[in-house]
Design a binder for this molecule. Structure first.
Ligand code: NAD
Length: 424
């Protein structure tokens, strides 16, 4: 089955939504028009045609993009996604989000994103490798360990990153592991990267729970999307005592009012690709229902625009922690805020992945490796500190957490632009 179109329910494109949020925060900051002009546009867009020889001998050409939104605070950083609904606008929006995400957790990167318009489930492993290698070759003119460092995103993984790293290294004539993050451990990946986004998301939930006196022991949770982000968030939430009552993936949803065994479901999904193959104690429910079950904590961790004006009224969660990028449309955001739902915004809630990517890059450059304990401790320190900065800003200015996160991020990027000045 095809994954749901990320814009299927959207009132506006993800780019329009991203710009709207940025301008709202910029207005509040009183940001001057010159800086606003700079941050409103991506610095570079590379559009590539990717010819691939298919197994039957035909040549198919796929569209691909690499967008660098900002290089003001350091090299560009952002994932590569393979999805049939990828558009250039969406990649621009995601690159822009990466700029704010890196700034909000204060790591020295700008924002980038890449995408190829392809349904990878329709490709053989050989076709996938050839697509990845040719796409890497096409974008190699702008990526590099000091320029732009890709990472996994939707439908790409450590193996894809290994091919990216190898292709780039072959072109340069020597091994350059730091050109990508999210690599397999054996070739320079970091311990603790696989679950970093889910783990980071949980750290922000734990901090918010302390602020609002929500007891996590026995707190109910629903998770939409059971891939890298969703499954790890679910398992870690379960480990700290929460009751995960509903999880969904593209195939459907599982429910158990007494709590699901997320680790067992994760093991099944990793093997077969579908949570519905889980044979344990769970009831199958319609996919969309996972979002709407009354819970303390909802973690949307699938794709963008999943919570929209059409279903926001039916969502009954105290906290929404945005594991996915852009899961909530602006209209839905307003509806939920008016009903008292607290949303931990994507640029903060899912920043754990890019934070550990940064650790991987640092380890690569220094040719040393940290222990898993060191990675988790440093991730926790940064996520807790970033969450508290955002929370305090929100309290001080009487704004929601999303606006507060954007205020901090835009301020940091704007200051970098001011200090560096405009060339020439
Ligand atoms: P993934 O491909 O590993 O998992 C996506 C999951 O969502 C799969 O289980 C898929 O079946 C499910 N899904 C797709 N459509 C769905 C639908 N309509 N309803 C329910 N489930 C659906 O991807 P991922 O890496 O976990 O990324 C998920 C989201 O998190 C994306 O928005 C991505 O940009 C964002 N994100 C990922 C990372 C990371 O480190 N992987 C970091 C930051 C943000």
């Amino acid at each position: 089955m095809l994954q749901m179109n990320s814009s299927e329910h959207s009132e506006k494109s993800m780019l329009a939504v991203t710009l709207e949020v940025m301008h709202r925060a910029a207005d509040r900051l009183g940001l001057d028009q010159s800086i606003r002009n700079v941050i409103s546009k991506p610095q570079r867009i590379l559009s590539v045609a990717v010819p691939v020889r298919m197994d039957d001998g035909r040549i198919e050409v796929f569209d691909g993009y690499r967008v660098q939104h900002s290089l003001a605070r350091g090299p560009a950083k952002g994932g590569i996604r393979y999805h049939p609904e990828v558009t250039m606008d969406e990649v621009v929006a995601l690159a822009m989000n990466m700029t704010w995400k890196c700034a909000v957790v204060d790591i020295p990167y700008g924002g980038a994103k890449g995408g190829v318009v392809v349904d990878p489930t329709q490709l053989s492993i050989g076709e996938l490798e050839r697509l990845t290698r040719r796409f890497t070759s096409e974008i190699s003119i702008i990526i590099g360990p000091e320029k732009d460092i890709p990472a996994p995103d939707v439908n790409t993984n450590a193996q894809v990153m290994a091919w990216v790293m190898d292709t780039y290294s072959m072109q340069m004539g020597y091994s350059i592991p730091s050109v990508v993050t999210g690599k397999p451990i054996e070739i320079g990946g970091s311990l603790g990267r696989v679950d970093a986004t889910g783990r980071g998301c949980v750290y922000t939930i734990v901090e918010l729970a302390k602020k609002i006196n929500l007891k996590l022991e026995g707190a109910t949770v629903a998770v939409q999307g059971f891939g890298n982000v969703g499954s790890h968030a679910a398992v870690i939430l379960q480990d700290i005592g929460c009751k995960v009552v509903a999880v969904s993936d593209v195939h459907g949803a599982l429910y158990n009012e007494h709590g699901l065994d997320c680790r067992a479901i994760q093991a099944v999904a990793a093997k077969t690709g579908s949570i519905l193959d889980y044979q344990g104690d769970a009831e199958e429910i319609p996919r969309e229902q996972a979002l709407e079950i009354p819970v303390d904590i909802l973690v949307p961790a699938a794709l963008g625009n999943q919570i929209h004006a059409g279903n926001a009224h039916r969502i009954n969660a105290k906290i929404i922690a945005e594991g996915a990028n852009g899961p909530t449309t602006n209209e839905a955001d307003e509806i939920l805020r008016s009903r008292g739902t607290i949303i931990i915004p994507d640029i903060l809630a899912n920043a754990g992945g890019v934070t550990v990517s940064y650790f991987e890059w640092v380890q690569g450059i220094q040719s040393l490796s940290w222990t898993e304990k060191q990675v988790a401790a440093e991730l926790e320190r940064r996520m807790v500190s970033s969450f508290n900065q955002v929370y305090e800003r929100a309290q001080r200015e009487d704004v929601d957490l999303r606006t507060a996160a954007y205020l901090i991020a835009i301020e940091r990027v704007a200051q970098a632009i001011r200090l560096r000045g405009i060339f020439p």
